[in-house]
Every structure is written in C-alpha cells, then in structure tokens.
Design a protein around this ligand. Structure first.
Ligand code: C2E
Ligand code: CA
Ligand code: CA
Length: 656
C-alpha cells in the first residue's frame, strides 16, 4: 500500500494544495484541546514537580500553541496565490514543535512514583495523539513525527520504571502508537484518493466541455463555438455601432494532398494552417475550423463605417493569404505550397443572423474560387468596389511618390501691413491625367495606409531645401516655413531626431521651421508630446496648433504645451460676419490666445471685411486667398520680392 502511495505523492504534486488545505481546515478545534490539556497537565503535575519545572514547560506549550494559531490564521487570510509547498513546510514545523512539547511532557513530567499522575499524563498524551490523527493525517511526515515525538518518550519512561505495571503500560503505549500510525496512514490514503477522484472528475468535465466546443485535430473552436461567438459579436456590434467581418477560408486543391500523400499528410497541413491562424489572430477575434479544409475568422471592432471595416478586413485577408499561401507547409517530408481562397462579409448591415453571415461569406469564398483561386472576394459587389477603389488609390499614391508627381506649394501668411512673415508648405499631387489634386483627396488615404510617413518625409525634405534657398536669398528677412505634420507622423517615435537630421542634411535653419500639429495628435499622450516638442524647441523649431477650435481646445492642456501660435480654423472664419456662433467662437479663441500670450493666425481670410473684424479683436496675422493662394516656389519668390519692403530686403544676410 505504501509503495503504491509514494509515487502518487511524487507524480501528482497537484494533490499538495488539497492535502495542506485539509490539514488547515481541520485544525480549529485542536487549539481548544491543546489549551485545555496543557493547563490540566500543568495543574496536576504542579504538586509533583514544583513550579520551576512545570512553569517553563507550560510557557513553552503556550508559545507553540500561540504560534500555530497565528499560522492557522495567516493561512486562512492568504487565500490567493498560496504556495502549497511552503504551507506544508509551515504546517509540518508546527506539528513537530507541538510534538516536541508533548514529548517533553512525557519525558520530564513523568512522576516515577506516582501511578495516578502517570495515568493522567498517559491519558493526556494519548488524547493528543488520537486527536492528531484527525488533524494531521493528510500530511504523512507530520503525523508520523507528531505521534513518535508525543508517545515514545512516555513509553521509554514506562519501561525504565522497571515495575511490572510500567512494563505493561510501556507495551500498551507502543501498541497504541502502532495502531494510531496505521490509522493515520489509512486516513491519508482515503483523503488522497478522494482528492484524486475529484481531480479526475474535473479533468473529465473539462475534456467534455472542450470536445463540445473545439475541433479535435486542430484544437481551434469548432462550428458550434463559432456560432455562439458570431451571435455574441453580432449583438455587441449592433449595440455599440461598430462593425466586424467574417472571413471564410478554403484551401485550394486540398483534396490533392489527401489523395496523393494520404490523410495523415493532409492532417499535418491542417494543423499548420491552424497554428498560423492562431498566431495571427488577435485575442478578441476568433479563428475556427468548420471541418475539412474550411476555416473561418471572425474579426471585431473594425470601426464605425462600412468603408473602414471593408478596408481593414481586406487588408487582414491579404495578410492571411501571405501567411497561409506564400510560406510552404511541411508534411511527411514533402514541401507543399497551398493557396487559399477567402470570402468576406461585413456585419451588421441588416437584420442577418449568424447562419446568414456564414452563408454570405461562403458564397463570397466560392466567387473567389471561381475568380481563379488564391484571391479574396467580398460578399457584395459594392463592398468589393469600395475596397478596390481604396487599394487602387493607395497604389496610385505610391507611384505618385516614386514618379515624382508630388509638389510642394507655399501659401504666404501676412501681418497687418501685408508683409509675409511666414509661408505654409502645402502638398499637391500633379496627376498626369487629372491635373493638380489637393491634399484633401489623398492625405486621408495616406494616413490610413501608412503612406503618410513616406509622403511626410518627402514634404519635410523638400520644404527644408526650399527654406535653405529662401535663407540664402533673403537672409534673416526670410519668412519662416510652416510644415504640416499629421497625427500619425507626430506620434512616431524618434520624430525629433529625424527632423533635426533632415535639416542638417539640407542645410535648413531650424530657427525658421514651424511645425503645424492638430490637437488630436497632441492629446493622446500629452506628456510625450511635450517632451518631443521641447526637444525640437531647444533647436529653434516652433509649433503652431492647426485647425484650432475643431478639437477639444481646452485651456488646461493648452497651457502645458510649448506652442506659440494658434491657427483659427477656416471653417469659423468663412462665415464669421454672418454666423453669430462662429463670431463668438472666433472672439473666444482670440481672447484665449491673447490671455495665454500666443499669436493667432486666421486661416481662410478672403475679404477685407473679415480682416477688419479680426483686427478689431486683436488678430494681426492672416492667411487666405485675399493675400495669396498656395503657389509654386518660383512664384513665391516673386510674391516676397513684391511684398517685402526693399529696405528690409537690403538688410538681408545681416546677422541679426
Ligand atoms: P490646412 O493645414 O488647414 O491648410 C490650409 C488649407 O486652407 C489649404 O488647403 C489652403 O489651400 C486652404 N486655404 C487657405 N486660404 C484659403 C482661403 O482663403 N479660402 C479657402 N477656401 N481655402 C483656403 P489645402 O492645400 O487643400 O490643404 C488641405 C489640408 O491638407 C491642409 O489643411 C492640411 O491639413 C493638409 N495638408 C496639406 N499639405 C500637407 C502635408 O504636407 N502634410 C500633411 N500631413 N497634411 C497636409
Ligand atoms: Ca496647416
Ligand atoms: Ca488649418
């Protein structure tokens, strides 16, 4: 019995917490027994041994009982993250200490000549030993140690007494010890068995639950669990007004693998597909296997608009294809190339349910197959078209950059005298067929696709080169150059060093560079933003907040930012003379700028009346068609020559 037991304890360390817990849960009553017995024994043996022997023993007994009580309380307070091995050590130490106390009593408080007191002592110790079988038998070493420590000294004393009665009592103690020991072992066995049974039951339950919801071959969620998740996701996205997508994946010509290499090879490929999917899919998304070579991916949180959701789902599908189709699989020593056809549907669009969605995605997948395999198809043609347009736009924009079709135009900003103190760099796309395209038509695409980084760099470099030319021509009378940074660009780590490096390469003077940032780019992480801006400011770069008034525009954060100019958004300036609300907003912004000692530049100034309205409210800097439209660099030179007084130009180049 013992032999079969040891490996159980060793292999199944999962039992340890249960065993330790069993001990601590049964401990409460034993404190009362310990206290009563200790006091009783001390009182009765006091006459036989006197206070000098009994008192120290009683004190030691109280200390041990107290310590075990504290340990007991600590265990019950520490419910989380219990380290079973540590608690077992503490429990064992407690048992050994307690056994020592009772053993000492059996050794030192044994009145050789007083049979009555011997009997009391024997009773007390026997009682303690019997009690320990209940509280300690889940801990095998602890119970053995306790029994031996408690009873054996008493037994030795009985034998040593040398009398016939002593001999009999000695043997009885030994017998008692042995029988308690066997009982404790039996109880230990029973406890262990019941814990094992409980564990086995839990495992079995978990297993059945898994089998009902997970695919046996790949361990991905199965059709049933997927159905549940789709239902939840549909409800959630309807509630929150955001969109998701269902992607139906089917491996192309998978049957050939099964037919030519056998099912085990096919299974290996399926497992690898599952692994790649699992690796790529985010925690909140689901990759499931429907059966055969059909997989489904459920994507959530793709944004509020159909266009955006379609875009993201399309990009994700393209990436899945890259992951699944363009890296070979290994099965039975063969290297296999397997392409994938993907059908996509978006939700929620109407009142469709989960089955409808699966059918739609399946239909789309079949169109992908008939469209030549290894392709992605959307369920509805308009979804497809939107995504196609988007992809087309991205592609064209990339070629535009590669083929040098971008231009930087400059729009002067003037002071109250009409002198240009700065110019804003505004990018244009000189399209071979469609002519000059304004940034509103391509900046959003660039932002979403990440092309903005390349585009922004190009603008930055070009504007720096032009600034160097301006400085050469006008010296310190040159206008500063304002460059727009989109939020994604601004948030990029290392931006400050990057700008400093470009300025160094192009010999552009950082003191003449202004960066225009929108509130949305600054507010995500104000601390970071401030850090970044301070670093650039140390090199002379200044900052304007662009489109001011359209975002949060809160004083609280504005005070923290090292900016020196607010650009009042064009949308407020346009109707400032006719729209009361706009007038109030503009007045408020100008007052705010004034209060914070910031410059303000009014954008989109088209009439002299507006200039007068603004001037009357303390705004002295303007940008708009009234003064100049955005113009190519060469025209800009003409504008400056015309509008900067000759005496200032004459002073150009002077180091002031
Ligand atoms: P923005 O920064 O607010 O630029 C001012 C826009 O107002 C420019 O439009 C300018 O042509 C227009 N504008 C100036 N004065 C007037 C006026 O009197 N009347 C009217 N109706 N419009 C006026 P644009 O050049 O089309 O640029 C649009 C936006 O594209 C810019 O708005 C800016 O946010 C963005 N953008 C332009 N270039 C870049 C760039 O290089 N990088 C980034 N990230 N964004 C850029
Ligand atoms: Ca701007
Ligand atoms: Ca603006």
């Amino acid at each position: 019995m013992n032999a079969s037991h040891v490996p159980v304890r060793q292999d199944h360390s999962y039992l340890q917490p249960g065993l330790v817990d069993f001990h601590y849960r049964s401990l409460a009553l034993s404190f009362v027994a310990n206290m009563v017995n200790a006091i009783l024994l001390a009182a009765i043996q006091l006459q036989a041994f006197g206070p000098w022997t009994v008192a120290p023993w009683a004190a030691a007994a109280l200390v041990v009982i107290g310590a075990r009580w504290l340990d007991f309380r600590a265990y019950h307070r520490n419910r989380e993250a219990r380290d079973a091995a540590r608690w077992e050590r503490r429990a064992t130490a407690g048992a050994v200490a307690s056994g020592l106390i009772w053993g000492l009593a059996g050794w030192f408080l044994f009145p050789v000549d007083d049979m009555a007191r011997q009997a009391v002592l024997a009773f007390v110790l026997a009682g303690m030993a019997a009690g320990a079988v209940t509280t300690l038998s889940s801990l095998r070493f602890a119970v053995s140690a306790f029994l031996a420590l408690t009873l054996l000294p008493l037994m030795v004393n009985f034998f040593a007494a040398g009398t016939g009665m002593g001999l009999i009592m000695g043997f009885m103690t030994l017998l008692f010890f042995a029988s308690l020991h066997v009982t404790a072992r039996r109880m230990n066995h029973t406890i262990t068995e019941s814990l094992e049974m409980r564990h086995a039951n839990e495992l079995a339950e978990r297993h059945t639950r898994r089998q009902a919801h997970y695919d046996e071959l790949t361990h991905l969620p199965n059709r049933r669990l997927l159905g549940e998740r789709i239902g939840q996701e549909l409800a959630r996205s309807r509630r929150h007004g955001d969109m998701g997508a269902l992607l139906f994946l089917d491996l192309d010509h998978f049957k050939n693998i099964n037919d030519s290499l056998g099912h085990p090879a096919g299974d290996q490929v399926l497992k690898q597909v599952a692994q790649r999917l699992r690796h790529r899919v985010r925690g909140e998304d689901t990759a499931a296997r429907l059966g055969g070579d059909e997989f489904v991916v459920l994507l959530s949180d793709l944004g509020g608009s159909e266009a955006q959701a379609g875009n993201e789902a399309g990009a994700f599908a393209a990436e899945l294809q890259r992951i699944l189709s363009h890296t070979p699989y290994h099965a039975q020593g063969h290297e296999l190339h397997v392409s994938t056809s993907i059908g996509i549907t978006l939700f929620p669009l109407g009142d469709e349910d989960g089955d409808d969605l699966l059918r739609q995605a399946d239909t789309a997948m079949y169109s992908a197959k008939s469209g030549g395999r290894d392709t992605v198809c959307f369920y509805r043609t308009d979804m497809q078209q939107a995504v196609n347009r988007r992809l087309q736009a991205e592609k064209e924009l990339r070629t535009a950059i590669a083929n040098h079709q971008l231009r930087v135009f400059y729009q002067p900003m003037v002071d109250h005298r009409g002198h240009p103190f700065g110019v804003e760099a505004l990018v244009r796309w000189s399209h071979p067929e469609r002519g000059l395209i304004t940034p509103d038509h391509f900046i959003p695409v660039a932002e979403e696709s990440g092309i903005i980084f390349e585009l922004g760099n190009w603008v930055l470099r070009t504007a720096c080169l032009d600034l160097a030319r301006l400085r050469q021509r006008y010296g310190t009378a040159a206008p500063s150059v304002s460059i727009n940074l989109s939020p994604r660009q601004f948030l990029l780590p290392g931006l400050a060093d990057h700008i400093i490096a470009i300025a160094a390469e192009t010999a552009a003077d950082l003191n003449f560079i202004r960066l225009e940032v929108t509130e949305s780019g600054l507010l995500d992480d104000v601390e970071r933003a401030v850090e970044k801006m301070e670093r650039l400011r140390e090199h002379g770069v200044r900052f304007s907040i662009d489109d001011f008034g359209t975002g949060y525009s809160s004083l609280a954060y504005l005070k923290q930012l090292p900016v020196d100019t607010l650009k009042v958004d064009r949308s407020f300036i346009r109707d400032v003379l006719v729209d009361k609300d706009d007038a109030v907003i503009v007045e408020t912004i100008l007052a705010m700028a004034n209060h914070l000692r910031l410059h303000s530049v009014a954008e989109g100034v088209e009439t002299q009346e507006v200039v007068e309205f603004l001037s009357a409210r303390g705004c002295e800097r303007f940008q708009g068609y009234l003064f100049a439209r955005p113009i190519p660099f060469d025209e800009l030179l003409g504008f400056i020559d015309e509008h900067v007084p000759m005496d200032v130009q004459a002073g150009a180049g002077l180091p002031n």
